[in-house]
Write a protein that binds this ligand. Structure first.
Ligand code: PLP
Length: 497
């Protein structure tokens, strides 16, 4: 199967090339030429399989330069780094209400589901494409991608990784996780600005031919670990297929029945994977796209206009503080009939004017499968509190955003379809805000808040977060966003020496 660019269908590459390049030369995103289908017999087999086997099966349908055995080797290695028996357990918290916990990996956020896999895929893809220069992974992070990518790529041969994060835009725990990162091929740098500033600067480097020549002279080619890379997105499709299998095997639904997935969204990668799973044959009624007060997606699905001219808010769910959701480009590509010229115009308009529109017809089609909503800061904290009380379930701020939006959805629609809330982070990644929500007391220090949260809830602190105390701080640099490119060049020049 070949991959085409959303902005030019003439550009066709193999799955290995799509992973090595990250982004298409024309600035577009790679999407599969067609979507593979899972039949009932496939589900019958998948149900009997372990998670690494299920994931290898799903991936093998997209990545045809890789054999099933090869992929199984990678998924087995990747998911053995997770804590507990099941890498992504489906927890039944109420009648017809489930939580899909995607945070049992090495950095306690859902990014681990893909970023423990991507280094395996990328290393193999480099060999398959005969790549001789080193791969430089550039990451802009709103908090969780950075750490998960660093853990995934640390000391992986042939790769270096540089992560930029907004200095005031991530939680203390996220900051500490990144500042203490180990590994010889890693560099972490804070920037003055927000996530969109970091993401735009990184995207500009990807589109800057001159910059790429300079990097190549230093022996480097760029790639991306953000969800614009197909190698990030593909492993995410697997857990939707797996959750559906778990629901069938628990006897709660039958094959062919529909479920809702409610996903706390930022860059739109996670919920896009759910949409792709539905195209493969997972029974989906509604995909509920949950936002915080940075509700650009809510407005888009309500009006058909994507408009980034708005205030940026710092919230208690920082990994969703995003105004430019890159992966929406992939979704709209499908809904406009794969019109690459039109997508190209829209993305130009987004770059130049900060906005674009879709047609009424597209909007209607979108709203047949997507539902939207957003949670205020107050809603978010109140849901954390009530979930602990009602379900005895401790959730993080992002999961609470989704839960709050689901309650609103349920109240307005009375839709009785079984619903899976996608849980994207462990509560201890955001201990100060979670503790405030349940105890009504704000403790500023993340370590102290962690202790208090533990005494209050009795919920165990995951090993990777408990261990942070013992780690040395290695990265403290803060730069102006205008200097990101220089910083990157500098790193590669020093590495070369
Ligand atoms: C990245 C992230 C999100 C948003 O996911 P997208 O794929 O960018 O939409 C939500 N919650 C957490 C905890 C995250 O780390």
């Amino acid at each position: 199967m070949k991959y085409i660019s959303t902005r030019n269908k003439e550009i066709k590459v193999t799955s290995a090339q799509a992973i090595v390049n990250g982004l298409s030369n024309d600035g577009g995103l790679f999407v599969p030429e067609t979507f593979p289908k899972l039949e009932k017999e496939d589900f019958d087999k998948l149900i009997e399989m372990s998670y690494p086997e299920r994931a290898a099966k799903v991936l093998s349908m997209y990545l045809d330069d890789f054999s099933y055995e090869e992929l199984l080797d990678y998924t087995t290695k990747a998911y053995s780094r997770f804590y507990g028996e099941d890498p992504c357990p489906l927890v039944n918290i109420d009648d017809g209400l489930y939580v899909l916990e995607l945070w049992h990996g090495p950095t306690c956020a859902f990014k681990d589901m893909a970023l423990t896999m991507l280094p395996h895929l990328l290393s193999a893809a480099r060999k398959k494409t005969g790549e001789t220069s080193k791969t430089l992974i550039l990451v802009a992070t709103s908090g969780d991608t950075g750490k998960a990518a660093l853990e995934g790529f640390k000391d992986v041969e042939g790769t270096d990784i540089i992560v930029f994060y907004p200095s005031e835009g991530v939680s203390d725990m996220q900051k500490l996780q990144m500042m203490t990162q180990e590994g010889e091929n890693v560099f972490v740098c804070a920037i003055e600005g927000n996530f969109d500033d970091a993401q735009s600067a990184v995207k500009t480097i990807f589109n800057d031919k001159d910059m790429q020549d300079k990097l190549l002279a230093n022996g480097y080619k760029l790639s991306s670990a953000n969800s614009i890379n197909w190698g990030r997105l593909a492993p995410q499709i697997a857990y939707y297929v797996s959750a559906y299998c778990d629901m069938i095997s628990s006897g709660k639904i039958e094959y062919g029945d529909k479920v809702n997935f409610c996903v706390p969204s930022g860059n739109f990668g996670n919920i896009l994977a759910a949409y792709y799973a539905s195209l493969m044959g997972v029974g989906v009624n509604k995909l509920i796209c949950a936002s915080n007060v940075n509700n650009v997606l809510t407005d888009f699905f309500n009006t058909g206009e994507y408009n980034t001219h708005r205030d940026f808010h710092k919230t208690v769910s920082p990994s969703m503080d995003i105004l430019i959701s890159s992966n929406l480009e992939r979704l709209l590509f499908e809904f406009c009939g794969r019109d690459d010229k039109l997508m190209s115009e829209r993305m130009n308009s987004l770059k130049k004017e900060g906005k674009y529109n879709v047609s009424v017809d597209e909007l209607n089609k979108l709203n047949r499968i997507f539902a939207v909503g957003y949670a205020t800061e107050e809603d978010t904290l109140s849901v954390i509190d009530s979930s602990l009380e009602v379900y005895d379930y401790l959730m993080d701020t992002h999961t609470a955003v989704a839960t709050s939006v689901y309650y609103d959805y349920y109240d307005t629609t009375d839709d009785q379809t079984p619903t899976v809330i996608v849980s994207t982070a462990n509560a201890y990644k955001f201990p100060c805000d979670v503790y405030k929500a349940i105890a009504d007391e704000y403790v500023e220090d993340a370590k102290k808040a962690t202790k208090k949260l533990f005494s209050f809830s009795g919920e165990e602190v995951p090993v990777p977060l408990a261990d942070l105390d013992k780690k040395q701080i290695r990265f403290t640099k803060i730069i102006n966003k205008a200097n990101i490119a220089d910083e990157v060049l500098n790193y590669t020049t020093l590495e070369k020496k």
